[in-house]
Design a protein around this ligand. Structure first.
Ligand SMILES: [Zn+2]
Length: 499
C-alpha cells in the first residue's frame, strides 16, 4: 500500500542549520520526505494533496518536556484552585463541590499557593471543615510539595495530634497541612482509580495537550503505576495522539530490571528516564539551600534522595539505557546533583545518554558552567508566580533564578515544560514568561536571563528531542517524524499537525 503524500505549503522554520527556512514540506508514511520550494515539491509529487497554510508558520512539533500527564488529565475534573486569591475563594469552590458530590466521597483539588492566598502561616483543617464537614477533602499546593486536608480526611487516615512526623516529611500542627512525604499518610487512603478511570485520565490529558499544539511529552514519575500503564494501553491501541517519553521512579528500577524492561524505542510510548528527587520546592520552603537559606528564617529546606543513592541507582539506570532525571530546585540541591553527575558522566557519555536536571531553579553562579552538556529541564511559566517569592525568600539568589540565558550560554540543552498540573501547559504563557520574565507582581525577574523567541522554540522542540535521544524529532529534515506545530505567529495560537 502506498501511503498518501502531502505537500504542506507554509512558511517553515526547520531548526536545521543547513536550510533554516523553506516554503513547503513533502510528507508521506508519517515522515518528512523532502522540503524546499512549493513548486519543486509539487513537481516531485504531482498527485500529492496540497495543504495551503501560506498565512501560517510551520515549525517542528512542540513537546512538553516535564509534565505529569495522567495526573494532569485527572486534574481537569478536580477542583481547580489555580489563581485562588483568598481562603474564602478556596472555601467557596470546595463548598460548591460538596453540594454536588455524594457524602463521604473524596473532594480533590489543587493549584493553590500559600502566598497567593495571602497566608504566611499554614492553614488549618478547621477552615475546610466549615464548608465540608462530611466529605474528606485533599487539596494539593500548586508545586505538589504539600497538601491541605480537612478533619474528615485526617479521620479516614487515622492522623491525630500524636501522629509522629515521617522521615521524609512533616505533619504541621495544629493539623491541616502535610509537607512532602507526610502527604502520603492521607494519599494512601484515597480510593485506587479503576483501569477505566486511569484510561479516561490518560486520554483526557493527552487530548488536551494535543489540542494545544503539542505532538510529544516527557511524563515524569510521581504517578502511580496505573498512569503509565494507561498510556501504554492507548499507544498499543493506536489512540495516543502524542509521542511519550516516560520516567520510572528510581524505587521501581530493580523491579523493572527483573522484568526485563521493554524500552520500545520507535513506538509512541517509550520508557526513557529514571526519576530522583533531590529536594522539595520553593513555595513550601522545602527547597534544599546553601546557607543562609530562606530569608524569612525558615531554614535551609529538605534534602530528599541522597546523592550517593543518585550515583548508585543512576549507574544502574544508565546500564539499562535509561537517563537519570533529577528534580533539583534549591542551590544546594543543584550543587549536590552536579557533584553526583560528575561521577556518572563517563558512563552516560559511553551510552550516549544526556544527564538531566529538572527545574535547575535557583543556582549559584559557580554552578552554572557545570551544566555544560546536561539537559536543563525548565518551566518558565513558574517564574510568574515565583518572582515575588524569590525577591522575599531568596534575594541572594535572584540573579541565578530561572537563569535560562546563562544555562544556554554554558552549553546546557534547554528543554521547556509546564510541570502540569502544577501550571497549565499553556504555550503562550510559557513563551511570554521566557521572553519577558514578567512575574505576577508586574516586575521582571533578572531580565538579562530572557530568551528570544527562536531560543524558546528550540527549547520547546529540538531541546526535548535531544534530551530524549530522538534524532528524528524537533527538526524538519528528510527522515524526521512528520509531526509539526502550525502557528498564527511564533508564541501565539498553536495547533498540532501530525501525519
Ligand atoms: Zn514535576
Amino acid at each position: 500500500m502506498n501511503a498518501p503524500l502531502t505537500v504542506i505549503h507554509a512558511r517553515t522554520l526547520t531548526l536545521d542549520d543547513a536550510t533554516p527556512e523553506v516554503q513547503a514540506v513533502l510528507v508521506g508514511g508519517g515522515r518528512v520526505l523532502a522540503m524546499g520550494r512549493a513548486d519543486d515539491l509539487r513537481a516531485l509529487a504531482p498527485r500529492a494533496e496540497v495543504l495551503d497554510h501560506r498565512d501560517s508558520l510551520l515549525t517542528p512539533g512542540l513537546c512538553d518536556a516535564h509534565i505529569h500527564l495522567v495526573m494532569y488529565g485527572a486534574s481537569l475534573t478536580e477542583v481547580n484552585l489555580a489563581g485562588a486569591r483568598s481562603v474564602a475563594e478556596v472555601q467557596a469552590k470546595v463548598a460548591q463541590r460538596a453540594m454536588t458530590q455524594p457524602a463521604g466521597t473524596w473532594i480533590r483539588g489543587g493549584g493553590f499557593l500559600l502566598s497567593e492566598l495571602g497566608l504566611t502561616d499554614y492553614p488549618s483543617a478547621a477552615l475546610l471543615d466549615e464548608v465540608s464537614p462530611h466529605h474528606p477533602v485533599l487539596l494539593y499546593s500548586r508545586d505538589h510539595h504539600m497538601t491541605w486536608v480537612n478533619s474528615a480526611a485526617l479521620r479516614v487516615a487515622g492522623v491525630t495530634d500524636r501522629t509522629p512526623d515521617p522521615a521524609d516529611g512533616k505533619v504541621v500542627r495544629p493539623l491541616g497541612c502535610l509537607l512532602e512525604g507526610a502527604s502520603e499518610l492521607v494519599v494512601a487512603h484515597l480510593p485506587e482509580p479503576t483501569d477505566a478511570e486511569w484510561l479516561a485520565h490518560a486520554r483526557a490529558g493527552a487530548e488536551d495537550l494535543a489540542a494545544r499544539g503539542f505532538v510529544s511529552a516527557h511524563t515524569m514519575a510521581y504517578e502511580e503505576a496505573g498512569a503509565p500503564r494507561a498510556l501504554q494501553t492507548l499507544a498499543a491501541g493506536g489512540e495516543l495522539p502524542l509521542r511519550i517519553w516516560a520516567c520510572l521512579p528510581h524505587g521501581r528500577l530493580e523491579h523493572a530490571r527483573e522484568l526485563g524492561l521493554a524500552l520500545a524505542p520507535g513506538g509512541l510510548f517509550q520508557w526513557g528516564g529514571v526519576k530522583f528527587f533531590a529536594d522539595g520546592a520553593l513555595g513550601s520552603r522545602t527547597a534544599w539551600l546553601h546557607t543562609p537559606g530562606f530569608a524569612d528564617g525558615s531554614g535551609t529546606g529538605i534534602a530528599l534522595d541522597p546523592p550517593e543513592l543518585i550515583v548508585e541507582r543512576g549507574r544502574q539506570a544508565i546500564d539499562l539505557g535509561l537517563t537519570p532525571v533529577t528534580h533539583a530546585i534549591g542551590d544546594r540541591a543543584n550543587t549536590e546533583v552536579l557533584d553526583a553527575y560528575d561521577q556518572l558522566r563517563p558512563a552516560a557519555h559511553a551510552r550516549g545518554i544526556r544527564l538531566r536536571i529538572e527545574h535547575a531553579q535557583h543556582l549559584r553562579p559557580q554552578d552554572i558552567p557545570r551544566f555544560r552538556g546536561l539537559t536543563a529541564s525548565v518551566q518558565p511559566i513558574h517564574l510568574q508566580a515565583d518572582a515575588a517569592m524569590i525577591r522575599t525568600l531568596l534575594p541572594h539568589l535572584e540573579a541565578g533564578s530561572y537563569a535560562f540565558k546563562s544555562l544556554q550560554g554554558a552549553g546546557a540543552i534547554l528543554a521547556l515544560g509546564s510541570d502540569a498540573p502544577v501550571a497549565p501547559p499553556d504555550v503562550r504563557a510559557n513563551f511570554a514568561a521566557a521572553v519577558t520574565r514578567v512575574g505576577d507582581d508586574g516586575e521582571r525577574l533578572a531580565p538579562g536571563e530572557a530568551l528570544n523567541e527562536l531560543d524558546v522554540l528550540r527549547a520547546y522542540t529540538r531541546g526535548p528531542a535531544m534530551a530524549a535521544g530522538w534524532d528524528d524529532e524537533g527538526v524538519i529534515r528528510p527522515g524526521a517524524r512528520a509531526a509539526f506545530t502550525l502557528w498564527d505567529r511564533l508564541g501565539g495560537n498553536a495547533r498540532a499537525l501530525v501525519f
